[in-house]
Write a protein that binds this ligand. Sequence first.
Ligand code: SF4
Length: 483
Amino acid sequence: MKFLILCENSNGAWPYLHYRGLGAFELKKRVKDHGYDATIIEWFTHWKNDDLIKASQVYFKDTDQPVIAVSTPFDNKDLYKIETFLRWCKKTYPNVKIIHGGSRTFQETLGGLVDVFFLGRSMEIFDQWISNKDLSKFTVNKSPLVLMNRNFDQKIDNPVIPDLDEDNCFVSRDILGFEIGVGCKFNCTFCNYELRGAKITKFLDAKELHNYFEVAYKKYGVTNYYTSDDTINESDEKLEIIIEAMEGLDYKPKITSFARLDLFSKRKHQLDMIEKIQFAALFFGIESFNPEVSKSMRKRTGLIDNFETLKEIKKRCPDTYTIGSLIAGLSGDSKENMIQSIERVINEKLLWGLQVYPLLVTETSNVSDDYFLSDLDQNPEQYGYKTSIPITSLHGDRETQVVHWESDWSNSVDAQKLVDEIYETYEGQIIFMNHYEYAGFKSLGLIKPNKKIDYESLKHQSFNVSSQLKHQYILNKKRYFGI
Ligand code: SF4
């Protein structure tokens, strides 16, 4: 059996970024653990159909059991972009299996072409599938076959860290990922992260991470990284692992992460830890600066002052790009509170960047995992929201609808208007760029010290430079295949 793993993570909201994938590497590792061969084709929508065909011809020439595994973590409509190639494979390789993973829903219309859809975090199911074991407990749809893990076991899954083999064609400007711990132990009301409410968090070994940092740098000159953890300061251990892994390196890895501001406020000693790490960029999902609102969303721990914490982070980590996100329309909040908080952040320069979103309440008829809807989506009334008719589909998914809601001071229409007003009013006073964008632009050398950041121009420049980088990757990978 040989696996050609096709991965695409650069479409959707940020086509100008060039982060290397993560889930595909875990799949590659698992395939190898089972004694088979696998290699990854990154950014597959950027490849010409003919080149994909040639790569498969070379790679599958010595197997009668080829597998095409497609991974689309952000936009599963990317599958349609290689439909011609997949149909060609079906015709050419009689035994080919086409499998799909990385997303939380599946495309019924591609049944017949795709043999199996793996939904959500599915390494346990994959191990069963590749070993020809009974899949009945994971089967949620028979035609096409859709497999999902309803009783996810955090002890079976490992935190993901890619291999650094030559066939990955890494170059110094790549941004490589890793995961410190599987799952998040919290369960914020609005969150639809799949592994929230985790009882056990299994951590990456600090020595393994140290080795990863060391080899990636020595072999390829890589210095930029991101963590896939949804909350890097969920526990002290996660930060300790990074600190330990960085010790004794010849360079300082530049790491981008999601974090919780309220946890830094509560556990002040974590500020000493991030001072040591000096993250490249941190994203705080603040949601509201109103403590009562945060509490009602299960995003506040104790009596805390997030403004003071931001001041402290700015002092200790002056070069870390910090961005906070707020949600407009939350019950118990108010327009005045939002505006006051934003103006304080701007006047005191407490954050580099800001993003504001209207609250979304969704419902779905999709076959999806049990965490796909947040607690708030499932019981809006309980959290102070009256809902009524669907108003639009979510990210073009017709089965998942965003519904109209009303809180004690806002509703889905007014919240969107407020968001538009905030962006219009504060443009030029704070940047609306998120942490991944900043770290991506920086890794490409587009952000210069002491130079004003022009977000729109950076997006254009980054699109050009990252397209060249993806093109170079394709040339290198074609050289690997010998085509
Ligand atoms: S919002 Fe963050 S901290 Fe809260 S449950 Fe989701 S991932 Fe965990």
